[in-house]
Ligand binder design. Sequence first.
Ligand code: ADP
Ligand code: MG
Length: 361
Amino acid sequence: MWRAPGRVNLIGEHTDYNDGFVAPIALPLGITARVTATTDGAVHARSVGVEPARFDLAGLAPGTVEGWAAYVAGVVWALAERGHDITGADIDLDGDVPHGAGLSSSAALECVVAIALDDVFGLGLTRDELIAVARRAENDYVGLPNGVLDQSASLLCRAGHVLLLDTRSGERRHVPFDLAAAGLALLVIDTRAPHRLVDGEYAARRRDCEAAAAELGMTALRDVVDLVAALAALTDERLRHRVRHVVTENARVLEVMGILDGGGDLRAIGPVLIASHMSLRDDYEVSSPELDLAVSAALGAGAHGARMTGGGFGGSAIALVDAASADDVTAAVTAGFAAAGFGPPSVFAAVAADGAHRVEV
Ligand code: ADP
Ligand code: MG
């Protein structure tokens, strides 16, 4: 049996598809898969809480399988595209990553299916190849053009560390991230307002970035070295805002890494998280009323920093708090949601967990 986790991104939102840096941690929440190889030319997939699915391998192509099983079919299809012959499989799934909460249940699903199929069919794929397969499933089968962050987090992260990944070079570093030793905690605030990325806003942001990079004559916004000059060169006001977010967010990833590497006070991360949230809210325009309230209520209750995490438009926020005030912050956010007429959020403390791994049956 294999298990692959969901994630929260500590910093570095919407930087991955701009060839920039990201810094996720894997969560203890994940999806487990028990996979048996068969030879009947079909995949039978079951997952707790959803309708079982069955699809044929012959003629498998984007669009032939819909609903949740599209994530499974996408992985099988991406493997076949690479020349790996899957003869059939029984796939049993169980998971505790909330769906659509911005904690990347979709990547957990793709990655656990990919690594379990790799194992039972003896394909011998590296983690990087599995990332490519899982990402292809989401991009080209399900149809969400996201970057490499979610699948990388699910397959590469290590317990007790934040993953610093350069999405252009693939270079990575596991940076020790021991909040508990510093008397701190990282709260995840799942607003329970589902994100609606497939509705086209994510793709629209991506197109904006590509248009801006093209106008600036660059491969990707990662290449902007002089932000003031880049902003002056752009004619479209909206693109200026998009570029400002990406460039400053990329710098914030390195700023947070500098704080972690420096071994100083981890509370210094807080203001960087706040700056990230304001940039995502005002320049990138991917926040939501629930996310803004989660952040402001957490800060009002003494959090050192807070920001939305994930693609946005709903989903989850994170808050860096003193461990001793975690309950107070949770209560304040919950009360704020009630006062605003929002449904109750789900708040829990995130611990940096291991990426995809084998589990005992
Ligand atoms: P997120 O990745 O933020 O959780 P997405 O919209 O990208 O949100 O992916 C959520 C979708 O992934 C669900 O709607 C469902 O189709 C699928 N999914 C996630 N977890 C599971 C699971 N345990 N079993 C079946 N499908 C799942
Ligand atoms: Mg997802």
